[in-house]
Design a protein. Sequence first.
Length: 341
Amino acid sequence: MNEPSTIRPRRITSYDVARAAGVSQSTVSRCFKDDTKISPKTRDHILRIAREMGYTRNALARSLITQRSNMVGVIATAFTIRNNPELIYALGDALQNSGNSLFLMVIKDDDSIGASLQKAIEYPLDGLICCAQMSPDWIEQFATRGVPLVFFNRLVETTIADCIALDHATAGRQIADVLFKAGHRSFVCIRGPDRAPVSQLRVEAFQNRLHALGIGTIPTLSTDFSYAEGRRSFLDLMATMDRPDAVFCANDQLGLGVLDACRFDLGWHVPDDISVIGFDDIAEAGRPSYALTTVRQPIVEMAETAISMLLERMEEPDLEARRIMVPGELIRRNSARLARD
């Protein structure tokens, strides 16, 4: 009985196509670049043979020649991707529209970024969009290797990389103001992990503004940014204290969890009994079953700006570092009683 063959098919190369077509390898390469020196007859001949052989260009090999891979890395935390996937879609669309592809690297949290940065250094990336914190040493390494770097929704003190972020602090203060003016005096905050910088900016600005207005202790819970943890942690807290007037959540997933805890687990009427506010304005927040009051991040516009900044730095590496702050927009829906500005 014959043994089954263990020979694995080999990838067809441009040299194989050249031999089959009776031309040089450089002619095959030029054929895929629309070289005007190649006659239409020769090009048609080469392309037909390439199709028959199943040949596709090797982007990695081509990048070694052109020094451009048309590949941009995006580093994001797992909870960013899980709870705000619109961000990745927006960056992917903006990159595709610019003729580039997205190489996604997912990290557990900001503290575990090192291994992914090492991979990013090793790949032939044309640039990197970082949605997490990065140490000055790593920023310097990317600059030394000529890899343009843009921080997305992270403000970093550096002169060799660009940043674009929402003005989280101003939005946090605005939420505190409209709730206080509406008569709320007892508050709870639900934020993300302790070391999540965006969550810290939003919640600390909210709390500091309320303290300045005379509000004392504001119970604050740390979670993983998820709907389930928002619902569970709020219920645990309500077992130990009286009902607050308002709850500020550091993202919309937490806000949706708190809303359902109030309505279905505790039997409270929103917003008559309690106001709930989220942050981000994800798609679910606008659904009639939630109608969550929140702060909208112009994610699409921010993504397009981030990619434009990256492309400009690719062309002009010596540009001065840019730091763009984008205002958030308070979206008034039915989950909160708010004062008018």
